[in-house]
Write a protein that binds this ligand. Sequence first.
Ligand code: UDP
Ligand code: MN
Length: 297
Amino acid sequence: MGVCPEATISLLKDNFTGTLRHWARPEVLACTSWGAPIIWDGIFDPHVARQEARRRNTTIGLTVFAVGRYLEKYLKRFLESAEQHFMVGQNVVYYVFTDLPEAVPHMVLGQGRLLRVETVQRESRWQDVSMARMRTLYEALGGQLGRETDYVFCLDVDQHFTGNFGPEVLSDLVAQLHAWHYHWPRWLLPYERNQRSAAALSLREGDFYYHAAVFGGNVKALRKLTSHCVRGQQLDRERGIEALWHDESHLNKFFWLNKPTKLLSPEFCWDQHIGWRAEIHHPRLLWEPKEYELVRN
Ligand code: UDP
Ligand code: MN
């Protein structure tokens, strides 16, 4: 995969990444063609990011949806593991969106951390629950969530933290490399290919395939991202079509048109079913087993 050209390295400094130690991981791609860093274990010093976030008194939002049976199956482990590993020592606001507010587990939270529960209605199809997140997030980012946070990470609930997920992931617009697809040639990636869909990408388009289970950024950038996806989903619905991977297809279209300023290596959202990979040193978040028959309608 090779190291970054010297010219690109100077572009790589954002406020939280500090100095790039690209020589530490010569076997992985450490930056994109447009100069965004790709965060692999060992490439950045996490202490630099932690200190910078503290110095700025940064507040980080973590949003998660737990609608229907996803709540009792996944939410407790997700939140307990987040207390252990997500932005430890920083100001954190969890936003749990659910149709069952009374069933949200009671949590004892660390200092500087709080949890808000927001009620959403339950859509009848799981695909609609997944897509409806974009509108709910758009509205929340325009309200209290947007006012009380500087950066927000939006995560699926069917996963749990297993390692430090700290301020080194912060940037204006952050995308997650999909664990199953980061080795695939571009033309094979599962983008929406139907040109009638607002999410369509041609065989010559696309940089990477990004996973909708993790995305983040500052409030302004995420307002733009969520509004793009809401509009695309609406246009498709009016045409009686639905993109292959729902909100994820629209998210991938957005990131093609608006390049993320930071990418997270698959270590930040790993699936153990893939098996051993030499470049995966330190998984930070692991997928839960897919037990769709238990949680989906
Ligand atoms: N979700 C939910 N209830 C549902 C369907 C989806 O709460 O009935 C939320 C939940 O946060 C879940 C996310 O939407 O993690 C995306 O759905 P899922 O994880 O099933 O999609 P996949 O990761 O398999 O594509
Ligand atoms: Mn998921």
